[in-house]
Design a protein around this ligand. Structure first.
Ligand SMILES: Cc1ncc(COP(=O)(O)O)c(C=O)c1O
Length: 500
């Protein structure tokens, strides 16, 4: 990168746009403008939800910001307007009106480092290309292993871009352990007429059954396990269902538990499920995208008891460790398991014989070739603040959810659907005299009306056969008056849609 004035390349004078678009001066100016816009945005903590626009209107606004000059240059005004449009039309995760989704606001140091890694790209799958990312993988793996009580060097961790990819990779490893020839021969090699299956909690995330589809297992062989009244797998009934599947010709090779589920944040009884998995020789995978981060807190860690016995589990640091997306950690209890997912020969990237450096790189163990070094954002936060920052924030979010649970339970016109096990709470508006609305459509209509009023963002979810309003507490600045204001907002929304 050069300053804008050096315009001579190998073939003579460079077009102006080259030297301007790629110049250090443009970087400096763009970064300063972005910092100004973002600082203004983050500094305004009024309660806001989301301002939904009609797609056609937004397309028109976006098009109006596109230069008609095919030889355009860095236009400060246009650049600032584009940033503002992005910020204005997005979810306002930093405000106290945001209670609706699992995306979190990002710790500023981690967010700013993400810009550093965007500007100085170091693809993290290969040591040569991303040395610090590979070292950070190894350090973060060891830090978490200590919390799990795992012995050094007997486990492995692969960072992936997102929980869906983490789940897919773990299930692939599990399948390949069960059908070792699957990678080379495919699943046709099974000639006994039996089918492969996985057992999952009825509320498991859709990425799990999607992974089953990708792996050739088929939706019909995703066996759903019954849940208790707190939406956790009922272990006793799970045994019956798994045995019935075997009689139906389905070989369950993997049991997928959740910590916590997307709809209600429920955490399955992992220790008992680990017993079941080991009795039946099943691979136990825990989808801990949302709550496996509780490992960092002494107070919350006991909720995950048994996770250390899983064959694999995932944790989304971009959800509940407050770093930019996507940063997922996929842990394998046994180091060799991480080799099961992929078998690839590619001389242009994989070194043989393995060196100390190439042994620690993840390219052979994850789907991605180019991978952002997002793990460094997490390592940076951990290095600067220590794990206690993350623990305290999670504990605060859990306490906030408990507070909301207490408050909502005490209202005559609301009904909670479960006791929170993490930072998610589902509830219903249920006015005493009843309404002309049926219960479920009322919840959907209320969530839409609350959203369109623009002060709060909450979500909805189906809890068993009931539709619910859903809170996800991600902002530690939310207070009890904010939750009370939300309840009043829902009542006001109810009046607006004609509920007396
Ligand atoms: C329980 C659970 N698993 C997996 C995922 C998918 O994770 P990602 O969005 O990081 O791909 C989610 C996302 O919400 C989730 O809640």
């Amino acid at each position: 990168m050069t300053s804008v004035d050096s315009r001579v390349g190998a073939f003579g004078e460079l077009p102006h746009v080259f030297s301007e678009a790629f110049s250090v001066l443009t970087f400096e100016r763009a970064a300063a403008l972005a910092v100004q816009c973002l600082t203004r945005h983050l500094d305004s903590n009024d309660r806001r939800g989301v301002t939904l626009q009609e797609p056609a209107d937004l397309i028109a606004q976006a098009r109006a910001l596109m230069s008609s000059d095919p030889h355009g240059d860095f236009d400060e005004q246009r650049f600032t307007h584009i940033i503002d449009l992005y910020l204005r039309t997005g979810i306002q995760v930093h405000t106290t009106g945001y209670m609706g989704r699992q995306f979190s606001s990002v710790a500023p140091a981690a967010g700013v480092f993400d810009m550093v890694s965007a500007m100085a790209p170091q693809p993290a799958s290969f040591y040569e290309a991303g040395q610090l990312a590979n070292v950070a993988d190894s350090i973060m793996a060891q830090e978490f292993a200590a919390l799990l009580g795992w012995a050094p060097n007997q486990f492995d961790m692969v960072a992936t871009s997102g929980g869906a990819l983490g789940n897919l990779t773990a299930l692939l490893a599990a399948r390949n352990r069960f059908v070792p020839q699957a990678w080379t021969e495919g699943l046709q090699s099974r000639s006994d007429g039996r089918r492969l299956g996985i057992a999952v909690g009825a509320d498991s995330h859709y990425s799990v059954s999607r992974a089953a589809g990708v792996l050739g297992i088929g939706e019909n062989c995703v066996v759903r396990l019954p849940l208790d009244d707190q939406r956790r797998i009922r272990v006793h009934d799970a045994v019956t269902v798994i045995d019935q599947a075997a009689r139906d010709g389905i070989d369950i090779f993997c049991l997928v538990a959740s910590a916590g589920t997307t709809a209600t944040g429920s955490i399955d009884p992992l220790d008992e499920l680990a017993d079941l998995a080991s009795e039946r020789g099943l691979w136990l995978h825990v989808d801990g995208a949302h709550s496996a981060s509780f490992l960092v807190s002494e107070r919350l860690r006991p909720r995950l008891r048994g996770i250390e016995r899983a064959d694999s589990f995932i944790l989304d640091a971009h959800k509940t460790l407050f770093v930019p997306a996507a940063c997922t950690l996929l842990f394998y209890r046994e180091a060799l398991s991480s080799q099961l997912a992929f078998e690839q020969v590619a001389s242009y990237v994989f070194d043989e014989p393995y060196s100390e450096a190439s042994r620690m790189e993840s390219g052979g163990k994850n789907l991605e070739c180019t991978k952002r070094p997002s793990i460094v954002n997490l390592w940076l936060l951990w290095s600067m603040y220590g794990r206690q920052l993350l623990a305290s924030k999670l504990e605060t979010l859990v306490d906030l959810t408990d507070m909301a649970h207490g408050l909502i339970s005490a209202q005559a016109d609301f009904r909670v659907l479960h006791t929170p096990q993490s930072n998610i709470l589902c509830f219903q508006y249920a006015p005493a005299g009843g309404t002309v609305w049926d219960r479920d459509s009322l919840q959907s209509a209320l969530r839409d009306k609350v959203r369109s009023r623009g002060n709060f963002l909450i979500s909805k979810a189906d809890v068993g056969d009931e539709r619910a309003l859903r809170l996800v507490m991600m902002n530690h600045e939310i207070t009890e008056p904010d939750v009370r204001a939300l309840l009043d907002e829902i009542r006001e929304a109810a009046r607006e849609i004609g509920v007396e």
